[in-house]
Every structure is written in C-alpha cells, then in structure tokens.
Design a protein around this ligand. Structure first.
Ligand SMILES: [Zn+2]
Length: 115
C-alpha cells in the first residue's frame, strides 16, 4: 500500500496518512493498552497500542505524546497530538496496523478500503 500526502514518504509506505493540522488530538480507535512509546528517526514520536488478539496500532510523527507505557485506553482516549517529528515533510497522523506481526491496511478497519 503506498499513499502520498504532503509529499511523503519512504517506500513502501504501509499505513494511512491523515493530513491534519499539528496539534490535532489523536484518539485511539479501539480499547487497548500502551505497550511502547518512543522517539524514532523515521517515525518520530510514536505510540504503540495493543488492542488485543494480535491487533496493534502504531501512531507516528506526533508533536506531543499524552500517554505512557502500561496505560489502559478506552476507545476515543487521546494518545497524543499530530506533528511532523521524524522523517515527515509536514504535520500528519500516520497510523499503521499490524495483525499478528503482519502489516495490514488500516483502511480496512474504518470502512475506507479500496483495492
Ligand atoms: Zn506517514
């Protein structure tokens, strides 16, 4: 899956980009637990949420992280704010989903999948 918003990005780009203004709250799409938080070269400030049953979300390029490892989240809780940290050319919310370690197109889960 390759998508390009804001002139991004490396290749292949597994995930969905939402071009929204910096500071926009990022809400978790499902209940889960924060399993990892970090600041990475490519992904910038990133939060990993384990939703259970092998379903893990990764939110990248945040300007601010509002959660910490071990925190239990309910659907709609804010995990952080949109930013452009890491290798991003502009503010956007980057959402990756993996199911049992395989990358899956997040669009499937929000009814936006188009083959
Ligand atoms: Zn991205």
């Amino acid at each position: 899956m390759r998508r390009f918003f804001n002139g991004e990005e490396r290749n292949p780009h597994a995930g969905l980009d939402f071009a929204v203004p910096a500071g926009t709250p990022i809400k978790t799409p499902a209940n889960g637990k924060v399993i990892l938080v970090g600041d990475y070269f490519f992904n910038g400030r990133t939060v990993f949420v384990d939703h259970g049953q092998g379903f893990i979300s990764m939110f990248c390029h945040m300007s601010k992280i509002d959660t910490q490892v071990g925190q239990q989240l309910r659907r709609g809780d804010v995990v952080g704010r949109v930013g452009s940290t890491g290798r991003a050319t502009g503010p956007h919310m980057h959402w990756n989903v993996s199911l049992n370690d395989a990358r899956v197109d997040p669009a499937i889960f929000i009814g936006a999948f188009q083959p």
